[in-house]
Design a protein around this ligand. Structure first.
Ligand SMILES: [Zn+2]
Ligand SMILES: [Zn+2]
Length: 941
């Protein structure tokens, strides 16, 4: 046997094999162009780098399925396709992971020391990091593994350092004391985006601050303030009221005694204060609240930090020193109450920020951090998305609504806090001088202060925000800042990348920062012709496709607490990667969340199985043909099929269907309509190819009859050619199944190492023979209707029936669009006979009385009837008719009575009477028919 395909479709067996083959054969590597290649347009796409600590979840699976479909499709279209993979060092997440390990070993990062700890993280990374990439390999992602990066690699670290130094030199990075979101657990500043807010039922405490006179004596008056965090009062430096709030006019310029701390603080006025909130008087704690900080700056107030980095009260908190913030809160409230200074405690619902990583309540805290001055970076990033004078956009968002979200955020952006108090990450390349206290920022580690030359300098302990390095990826992966003669072609060819596929959750974290940094730094690399890089070519990507969420079958968000998380690897183990990919694709369209239902995956596994069986059928026939000495011309394989008008209907039709499906798939993918593309392929492969074409083509194969050798050969050639094409059409969606079957089609005489390296089918409108498509609609409808008719009549499945059709004499029947029913039926007689189980087809004329006894049914083509009468049970029929007659007689009597009643006729509206009369007439006709039928039955007994 020439074709060796196992009987059963087993995805695990074939998928492992091909996944390994694709990596081993380096099939998807895209080397740096040398200039000698053809000028094929490029398609480049960056994998959003998963955390090195990550495991594949359903969101990744969707994201990667979409990217892989698009990359495989573009590659097959002949583009120079590059999908570039890598992982992110994920500062906080990775540090937490290793810290947990250390805790289990009863040690800690502090005990280990910085260098040993960082070495320990590297060790962890070497052992466990990148598991997610192994999962991707198993799932067949067609990425270029030779270009795999890690954001802490030396090459990418050079880019991070250069970017920092350049921004610092340009005056766009500064260091200063500001209020940041501080996580007391992670011991680091976190960005606004890393804070998640929950509604919290708390309290509003109203506290009396005694008013004092110039001598510092209590006047007996109080000013009552309201706060949600009483413990911060230890750091109060003033109380603010609105200047026009008449309740407090008399207190302007007065002093208060801060309770518990006995500190004198002023009453200040500021328009920022809301008269409606609480009592209209607010305490000012610049070191622990961003608004208070701004207020403090405006009024030149000092800042008193009363908490340490673990949110315990520090030495500035007087008697509360050493207490946890919440313990201190309780104690302070109790002490105030005891002194009669607690005016009221009111229930109050407000939003409380939590650390996204560890869920600890974030403490706004004054600390010295590094910031990126956001202008003019943001300005460029806005211009890149807004339409220019000609209405062109350098970056297009799909769905378009995200453009507004992006612009709105970018237009209200604050300076970016880029320092993190972690040990794992890119350490900030800045050195502090012990002599002049100035800062030296340098590309190479310095040995002395750049300002005074003193040797006593120490490096900044903070590291950079992880998004600072991932924001640089689009330029750094292509060699920036060291774009040399060799790497230049990479940059020229693949930058800007064509597309970014990502989730909404990292639109600001990552997408926005890539746009800012990409637009800023890519200007270093001029265009190939030496001209400066304009904005439209300095963007990191030309399109951003924001994919939807994968939810569970009931449209609920997946969450660990709800226990409805679907593990993609588990589902893949059950149904195969191809079926899972197809499920996701079949539901993916811009802006629509996916309700993942395993029942669908089961269905697509059956789809794969159907194709497998089709392949086995085809190969079996090819083998039989070869035995009979019939071989087909294999040189046509790989091209889009075309057939001449003399070919049998099913051949002309399937070729038309293939071209139509291919056109639809290409068009749908251009618009990110994965769902429509998947549906077009599914309909074609299952509906047209398997259900009809294979069933018909079977009948054209005659291996034992030398007279039909040519038609057999032609039928086989079209069959194989269409099948091979359909495999390529399906390949980006089900890469494993199609690779396996495509290799079997070529049977070791391969034109390429993989189906993924062959051309993608294009639909040629000229090849869409609409006449053949119409004819096939008539033919299949005739067959479907005959089958249904047989069923209604209770014809046993094995029994063939006579089929009567109203002949048209070649002139068409009124009301039927088709004018050559006779030839359609006669040319496809064998098809109708086999597929509808018909023994003979008899043509009758319209109104021929000898066929009047048949009950005719309409089809799209012509009316049909079948010559099958169930052997009649005379007794049962007599009983049925007798009952029918009794019923009709009763109805007739009732109608007669009503219609003979003058009172009724006088009152009833005309249309009611009319309706009743018509009903009565119909009844009488049916009664007549039933009586005749009863009389015609053989006499009783
Ligand atoms: Zn935290
Ligand atoms: Zn110095």
């Amino acid at each position: 046997m020439a074709h060796d395909l196992p009987k059963a479709y087993d995805p695990t067996a074939i998928e492992d094999h091909w996944a390994e083959y694709w990596v081993r054969e380096k099939l998807f590597e895209q080397p740096t162009p040398t200039g000698a290649e053809d000028a094929a347009p490029q398609f480049s796409i960056l994998l959003p780098p998963p955390n090195v600590t990550g495991r594949l979840h359903m969101g990744h699976m969707l994201n990667q399925t979409e990217m892989d479909i698009l990359t495989r499709w573009r590659r097959m279209q002949g583009r120079r396709a590059l999908w570039l993979p890598g992982t992110d060092h994920a500062g906080i997440a990775t540090q937490m992971m290793v810290e947990r390990q250390l805790a289990a070993e009863r040690t800690s990062r502090e005990k280990l020391g910085r260098d040993a700890f960082v070495e320990r993280v590297w060790e962890w990374k070497r052992h466990y990091g990148g598991a997610i990439l192994d999962q991707m390999k198993r799932l067949g992602a067609s990425v270029d593994w030779s270009r795999e990066y890690f954001t802490m690699d030396a090459r990418l670290s050079v880019a991070v350092r250069e970017a920092f130094v350049r921004l610092y030199e340009d005056g766009l990075i500064y260091r200063g004391a500001y209020i940041v979101n501080w996580c007391p657990r992670c011991q680091t500043a976190i960005s606004d985006l890393e804070v998640v807010y929950d509604e919290h039922k708390g309290h509003l405490w109203e506290i009396r601050y005694p008013v004092i006179d110039d001598a510092g004596k209590d006047t007996g008056e109080y000013l009552t303030i309201a706060t949600t965090r009483p413990e911060t009062m230890l750091g109060d430096v003033a109380v603010a009221v609105h200047p026009e709030d008449e309740r407090y006019t008399l207190l302007h310029g007065k002093k208060l005694r801060l309770p518990l701390m006995n500190r004198e603080i002023p009453v200040i006025t500021d328009e920022w204060v809301s008269r409606e909130f609480g009592t209209g008087a607010v305490k000012v704690t610049p070191a622990h609240d961003p608004n208070d900080f701004a207020l403090g700056e405006r009024h030149h107030l000092p800042s008193i930090n009363v908490m340490d980095t673990t949110a315990h009260i520090n030495e500035n908190g007087g008697p509360y020193k050493g207490l946890d913030r919440y313990v201190a809160r309780k104690r302070i409230v109790a002490d105030l109450e005891e002194r009669g200074l607690l005016a009221a405690v009111k229930d109050h619902v407000h939003n409380v920020g939590h650390c996204d990583r560890c869920k600890t309540v974030v403490e706004p805290r004054l600390s010295t951090q590094w910031f990126v001055k956001i202008q003019p970076l943001a300005e460029k990033a806005i211009a890149a998305v807004k339409p220019d004078a000609n209405g062109n956009k350098a970056i297009r968002f799909v769905p378009e609504m995200y453009e507004k979200t992006y612009l709105n955020w970018m237009e209200n952006i604050h300076d970016w806090c880029i320092s993190r108090q972690l040990w794992w990450g890119h350490r900030i390349p800045a050195w502090h001088c012990a002599a002049c206290h100035k800062i030296t920022v340098a590309r190479q580690d310095p040995h002395r202060c750049a300002h005074c030359g003193f040797r006593g300098i120490t490096q900044e302990t903070d590291v950079l925000d992880t998004w600072f390095s991932s924001g640089l990826l689009p330029v750094s992966v292509f060699g920036w800042p060291n774009v040399t003669a060799e790497t230049r072609a990479d940059f020229e060819t693949f930058y800007p990348t064509s597309l970014l596929v990502t989730g909404f959750d990292i639109l600001f974290f990552w997408v926005a920062r890539m746009i800012m940094l990409g637009c800023w730094f890519s200007r270093d690399v001029p265009m190939l012709d030496g001209s400066p890089r304009e904005l439209k070519d300095s963007v990191p990507f030309r399109e951003v496709y924001i994919h939807a969420l994968v939810r569970d079958a009931n449209r609920e968000k997946m969450s660990k607490t709800k226990g409805n998380v679907i593990d993609p690897i588990e589902i893949v183990g059950q149904y195969g990667t191809d079926a899972v990919r197809f499920t996701l694709a079949s539901m993916a369209s811009p802006g629509t969340d996916i309700a993942f239902n395993v029942a669908r995956t089961e269905g697509y596994r059956a789809f794969a199985n159907k194709i497998w069986n089709a392949a086995r059928f085809i190969f079996m026939n090819l083998d039989r043909a070869a035995e009979a000495g019939i071989t087909i011309d294999r040189s046509v394989l790989g091209a889009m099929p075309s057939v001449d008008s003399a070919a049998p209907l099913e051949a002309r039709w399937i070729v038309a269907e293939l071209h139509s499906a291919a056109a639809k798939v290409n068009e749908s993918l251009e618009n990110y309509r994965f769902d429509e593309a998947a549906s077009a392929i599914y309909q074609f492969f299952w509906g047209s190819f398997c259900d009809w074409y294979l069933e018909i083509v079977k009948l054209r194969l005659g291996f034992d009859n030398p007279a039909s050798e040519n038609s057999t050969r032609a039928a086989l050639a079209t069959l194989v050619q269409v099948f091979e094409c359909a495999l390529r059409l399906l390949s980006p969606f089900m890469p494993f199944l199609t690779e396996e079957l495509w290799h079997a089609v070529y049977n070791s005489d391969l034109p390429a190492k993989s189906i993924a390296l062959r051309g993608y089918p294009t639909g040629d409108i000229a090849q869409i023979d609409s006449h053949a498509r119409n004819q096939m609609v008539y033919l299949t409808d005739l067959i479907v209707e005959t089958r249904a008719y047989r069923k209604d009549k209770g014809v046993p499945e094995r029994e063939a029936v006579e089929l009567y059709v109203v002949g048209l004499g070649g002139h068409g029947q009124a009301g039927h669009p088709h004018e050559s029913a006779d030839s359609l039926i006669s040319e496809n007689e064998i098809v109708i006979k086999k597929l509808a189980k018909v023994s003979a087809i008899t043509e009758t004329l319209l109104d021929d009385p000898s066929y009047e006894h048949l009950s005719w049914r309409p089809t799209r083509l012509t009316d049909i009837a079948i010559g099958y009468e169930k052997p009649l049970d005379v007794a049962a029929e007599r009983e049925r008719l007798t009952k029918e007659i009794a019923k009709l007689e009763k109805a007739a009597a009732s109608a007669e009575k009503q219609l003979g009643n003058p009172a009724f006729l006088g009152k009833a509206p005309a249309h009611v009477v009319e309706g009743l009369r018509k009903q009565e007439m119909d009844n009488r006709l049916l009664l007549e028919k039933a009586r005749i039928a009863l009389a015609s039955l053989a006499p009783e007994g």
